[in-house]
Design a protein around this ligand. Structure first.
Ligand SMILES: Cc1cc2nc3c(=O)[nH]c(=O)nc-3n(C[C@H](O)[C@H](O)[C@H](O)COP(=O)(O)OP(=O)(O)OC[C@H]3O[C@@H](n4cnc5c(N)ncnc54)[C@H](O)[C@@H]3O)c2cc1C
Length: 397
């Protein structure tokens, strides 16, 4: 039978006790024992480093020092291999104290047998292994928590338009990747932000008729149009930064006027629901309509408080960041819901755009149609979700 080699360090100042342990251990058939006798507590460190034992049998009484002192002083003793304390008869109290200090097991000298020595060593080896694994997991967990904490700190710093890592000095670009400063500048070079006088020669504006029937937007063509240098906003080649800042304001800060407008229109809608009769009673008396009106009211309040929160950040000197995307996403979809509710309140009459039969001059239909473009312009809502996911939540691209 293949025997397992086991190096046992016996720390005892009585050679007779060491001899007794040697005899018991040599009778264990499965182990090839290498007994390492050590007569003094002062030599333990040397033995541990030089001989690397698998297990230590530590006598509780060691001349002037006790096993308890040894355990207390030598933190590394318990870490490198399991320790079994050997006490005198009636020394169980001491044994318990030793185990609190990290000993894996104890044996009573007067009751030593081959069987209980073997059991104690097996038990100590197993417990020590489990303890090491638990310690390893705890360290891994601590490292993970630390990494998460650092990552969260980084995320906090990334809320500006040009997030720069404090450590590696890289810039997180608009696609969510960390780039060397030079690479980033190169990619966005060649874009300059200009204010153009629309009456300049070479500028042609062609209105675009939308599905509302109204030309609120246009195509603009520039044919050899010239713009004076003083019309550059920011610096030449830094137009990307100006543009993303302007976009963030368009999406976030400027949504205050959106909220004000939506609130006014919503108040009109409540009036309409009170006034308009459906099935012999005001539309506002319909529980489903009331529920949807209440939902829109609550969401408008949420929008208002979100805008105030962003404004507070600006007032505290924080740069306008990607959170403008949350506002844009939220108001544009809410506005569509409010207008869809208006058409439901009006019923089939909502489809008449103008003329004497049109309810309220067809303005609710106009608003409904116009609101379809709100989830497209200033960056589509899919793009806003990308920005929120990548820049605010730190999700992978
Ligand atoms: C009412 C209105 C007013 C506008 N006003 C102006 C204006 O004043 N100035 C101006 O310059 N432009 C304006 N636009 C144009 C507007 O900015 C663009 O239409 C808009 O940014 C979308 O670009 P696109 O139409 O080329 O769609 P595309 O980029 O072709 O996108 C098509 C679809 O694919 C999705 N998509 C594209 N890329 C991704 C991606 N990476 N991840 C997920 N989904 C993606 C989009 O969300 C969209 O649903 C306006 C548009 C509208 C409707």
């Amino acid at each position: 039978m293949q025997k397992t080699t086991l190096r046992v360090l016996v720390v005892d100042d009585d050679p007779a006790d060491i001899e007794l342990i040697r005899r018991h251990l040599s009778d264990i058939p499965t182990w090839q024992i290498q007994l390492l006798p050590c007569g003094s507590a002062d030599q333990i460190s040397e033995f541990l480093r030089g001989k690397r034992p698998d297990v230590v049998l530590l006598d509780y009484r060691l001349g002037p020092r006790s096993g308890l002192d040894v355990l207390r002083d030598m933190a590394d003793l318990k870490d490198c291999c399991p320790v079994i304390v050997v006490t005198g008869t009636g020394g169980e109290d001491v044994a318990v104290q030793c185990m609190k200090l990290g000993a894996e097991d104890y044996l009573v000298k007067g009751l030593l047998t081959q069987a209980n020595l073997e059991r104690a060593i097996l038990n100590a080896l197993e417990k020590h292994q489990l303890r090491r694994e638990a310690e390893q997991h705890r360290r891994q967990l601590e490292a993970t928590v630390e990494e998460l904490r650092t990552a969260l700190e980084h995320v906090k710093r990334l809320q500006g338009l040009l997030p720069i890592c404090m450590h590696c000095k890289r810039i997180r670009d608009d696609t969510g990747y960390w780039r060397q400063l030079e690479g980033y500048l190169l990619k966005h070079q060649g874009i300059t932000f200009l204010l153009v006088d629309m009456k300049s020669p070479g500028v042609t504006v062609r209105p675009i008729i939308q599905m509302t029937g109204s030309p609120e937007f246009c195509e603009t063509f520039f044919d050899n149009a010239r713009v004076p240098l003083e019309n550059v906003i920011g610096k030449v080649n830094e137009g990307w930064h100006v543009t993303t800042t302007a976009l963030s304001h368009e999406r976030g800060t400027m949504a205050f006027h959106r909220h004000a407008m939506m609130r006014l229109e919503f108040d009109e809608l409540i009036e309409l629901a009170r006034r308009l009769r459906r099935g012999g009673r005001p539309a506002a008396a319909d529980p489903l309509i009331r529920q949807r009106l209440a939902q829109c009211h609550a969401e408008l309040e949420l929008l208002r408080w979100t805008l105030y929160r962003n404004l507070t950040r600006r007032l505290q000197g924080e740069p306008v960041g990607s959170e403008g995307s949350i506002v844009k996403l939220y108001w544009s979809e809410l506005y569509q819901r409010i207008n869809a509710l208006a058409l439901d309140i009006l019923g089939p009459a909502s489809q008449i755009a103008d003329g004497a039969l049109a309810e309220e001059g067809g303005r609710w239909l106009f608003r409904f149609l116009k609101s379809r473009g709100d989830t497209i312009h200033s960056g589509t809502n899919q793009i806003q979700r990308n920005i929120i996911g990548e820049r605010l939540l730190g999700l992978p691209r």
